[in-house]
Design a protein around this ligand. Structure first.
Ligand code: SF4
Length: 452
């Protein structure tokens, strides 16, 4: 939940907003940007719905479960809205884009439905409701998101996410993103650089570039611009220490990008590149545009150039028609690549996608068993790989107090390992050296050796 962050608001007018976010990192960043805009208008952020004049949910449509949760939250607001009709209730994001008008039909007490490309107009939309009444629908998918980021409204001073492109043109058969986020639109390098510069001047040391399909960044811009060009420009920013980017599609990866990563000292040695399956038959039905062999070969090439590169992946188990043999191909891919970590999902159809037209024929029991098998395998691989780091010194960017032990610090290596160690709060936001002496599958534990 982003509503708990502690920002200073511009004035003390009556307006207050409760804001809850579901889903991916881009949603969280959109929430941060929306709250920045609202705070500029004098809104105060509150933690409880019953203290708010405006209640907003920034939603996700990737899985049914996330949608059910939002509808349940909205349903629970019926009585509050009946007793306080002036309170504005709004649904933003992917679910708003996908369900549109239907949200008003199902939940008539909702006042605002604002899609994925309209949140930059939030202050005006709320004003419209106050002046002209409820049921404002804003889901124009052709809008270009143009938010003047207020860099001082950030929950974390040293790290920031920056959206570099929105939407996706790939239409993987199971995925709702192209329908709710629209077609790919890239921001210009000048625009992104200006935002990154402002963030750095405000204290930011690490930037993670976001895009649903980030390695096709540049499509549609003048002059054959690529993600490599953007990384090269950002690498020159004085004061910026690290650059990351997510999420990469294997079919859109280029060897050129790997060579650029290799050349730029601020770009971290980590790729989140979802394989989704190890079976060529399943990959074809998923419309992923590559084979397991291509994926293996690409990772081999990348590791040859960047020896310490870590690779993370997502997998879907139980896709329509997935046989036991298909699943074993996925197991083999996982064993061969030895990912750093993986997110594993049981397939569930999303209405409107191509895969939803296929028979969802893998029994839930089999989906569950395959999910558990991959989770266990990945846990085993992660632990074995982490053990190889014991005794070595790693460079850590200190992020703050450890979640599991607030008396210790937590940070990340360039390869995206989480590292926990003893140290004082003054180290937050700095690069330090840590020697690793103990590991689990998820965390490295070590001793501070130097401030770099
Ligand atoms: S590339 Fe990613 S976001 Fe785009 S359709 Fe495929 S899974 Fe969805």
């Amino acid at each position: 939940m982003i509503n708990s962050v502690n920002f200073i608001h511009k004035d003390h007018q009556y307006k207050s907003v409760f804001f809850e976010t579901f889903g991916c990192q881009m949603n969280k960043l959109d929430a941060e940007l929306s709250l920045g805009l609202l705070q500029e208008e004098g809104y105060r952020i509150v933690d409880k719905v019953d203290e708010a004049d405006v209640i907003l949910f920034n939603t996700c449509s990737v899985r049914q479960h996330a949608e059910d949760k939002v509808y349940s939250h909205l349903g629970a607001l019926k009585i509050l809205k009946k007793n306080h009709p002036d309170v504005i209730v709004g649904v933003l994001g992917c679910m708003a884009q996908k369900d549109g008008e239907a949200i008003f039909k199902r939940m008539p007490h909702v006042d605002l439905v604002c899609g994925t490309r309209m949140f930059s107009q939030l202050p005006e939309l709320l004003l419209k409701i106050r002046n002209h009444g409820s049921h404002v629908l804003a889901i124009d998918e052709n809008q270009i998101v143009n938010v003047k980021r207020v860099v001082t409204y950030r929950p974390n001073i040293y790290q920031a996410f920056v959206t570099v492109m929105r939407g996706c043109d790939n239409f993987c058969s199971y995925c709702i993103v192209p329908y709710v986020r629209g077609r790919e639109i890239s921001r210009t390098i000048a625009d992104i650089k200006e935002e990154a510069q402002a963030l750095v001047l405000n204290g930011c040391k690490e930037i993670t570039l976001l895009g649903q399909n980030i390695n096709s960044y540049g499509k549609g811009l003048d002059g054959n611009i690529t993600l490599g060009d953007l990384l090269s420009e950002l690498n020159d920013l004085a004061g910026l220490e690290r650059i990351r980017f997510v999420t990469s599609h294997p079919a859109d990866m280029s060897r050129d990008l790997i060579r650029t990563m290799c050349r730029l000292e601020k770009v971290c040695e980590h790729l989140h590149m979802p394989a989704q399956s190890g079976s060529d038959d399943v990959l074809k039905k998923m419309r992923r545009g590559y084979t397991a062999g291509y994926y293996r070969e690409f990772v081999r090439y990348a590791r040859e150039l960047i020896p310490h590169l870590t690779v993370a992946s997502d997998f879907i188990v139980g896709f329509p028609g997935e046989t036991e043999e298909d699943f074993q191909e996925t197991v083999r891919l996982m064993e061969d690549i030895r990912f750093q970590n993986c997110f594993i999902f049981k397939y569930s159809p999303r209405t409107g996608t191509k895969a939803a037209e296929l028979k969802d024929d893998v029994p839930d029991e089999a989906k569950r068993a395959r999910n558990i098998k991959l989770l266990e395998l990945q846990k085993h691989i992660s632990l074995e790989e982490n053990k190889k780091i014991v005794g070595k010194e790693v460079q850590v960017f200190v992020e703050g107090a450890s979640k599991s032990d607030p008396n210790r610090l937590s940070g990340r290596t360039r390869q995206n390992h989480i590292v926990v160690f003893n140290g004082s709060q003054e180290l937050v936001g700095k690069l330090v050296g840590v020697v690793i002496h103990e590991v689990t599958d998820l965390t490295l534990f070590g001793k501070l050796t130097s401030c770099l």
